[in-house]
Design a protein around this ligand. Structure first.
Ligand code: COA
Length: 179
């Protein structure tokens, strides 16, 4: 399906300072609409991101995903809650594809493009455990569940997925094979 739309779709992978303020504003709007993140830091975090990806249909930004440099104290807090050492990790986040463009491989293309441009980087992502679509996309791209915690503000269970070998998954596999 992605191939059918390909002529009008373009994919972009850029440092924040290479993106025009207008496009950054569109990316911010898309992330706000997705409702998946608290918004107070989004603009600041976009400006200091490692790499921002976005897809356009013609002139319109219809999907985005970012590799962020998390503030060390933030990564440490998440790591402590989930029991994972996230020191030196980039954080994948601000993933949003407009509903009418979902499920045709745009998120997949953005994710693969980001990973390709960050060779050797350790990457984590936090996802609500009931967000099946986001988890399928994440697992299909070789990321593994490393830990979980409850968001005290919302009560949601959050999974921390990493692209490095995961102790938790290893334990789960061992438990399966000894059953
Ligand atoms: C999560 C989100 C970013 C995923 O983006 P997406 O573009 O819908 O994801 P994709 O289409 O790449 O996912 C791949 C799906 O498309 C299908 N697909 C179709 N054509 C494809 C192609 N050419 N290449 C890869 N996958 C393709 C895959 O089979 C897969 O289906 P499945 O999930 O049933 O297995 C998007 O659903 C979204 O914005 N959700 C709301 C906000 C959100 O939850 N953000 C994430 C917070 S962590």
């Amino acid at each position: 399906m992605l191939e059918e739309m390909e002529p009008s779709l373009t994919f972009h992978f850029k440092k924040p300072n290479e993106i025009s303020p207008e496009v950054l504003e569109e990316i911010y709007g898309l992330v706000s609409q997705s409702g998946e993140v608290g918004l107070s830091w989004v603009k600041d975090n976009l400006k200091r991101a490692f790499l921002i990806s976005y897809a356009k249909d013609g002139d319109r930004v219809i999907g985005t995903m970012t590799l962020k440099r998390p503030l060390p104290e933030y990564a440490r807090k998440i790591g402590r809650l989930a029991g994972v050492d996230l020191d030196g990790y980039l954080e994948r986040g601000y993933s949003a594809v407009l509903p009418e463009y979902q499920g045709i491989g745009i998120g997949d293309r953005l994710l693969k493009g980001l990973v390709k441009r960050a060779p050797g980087a350790k990457i984590y992502v936090t996802i609500r455990m009931d967000n099946e679509q986001a988890i399928r996309l994440t697992r299909r791209n070789g990321m593994r569940l490393a830990g979980k915690f409850i968001n005290q503000r919302t009560g949601h269970e959050i999974g921390v997925f990493v692209n490095t070998p995961s102790e938790l998954e290893h334990q789960e596999q061992e438990a399966c094979t000894t059953d």
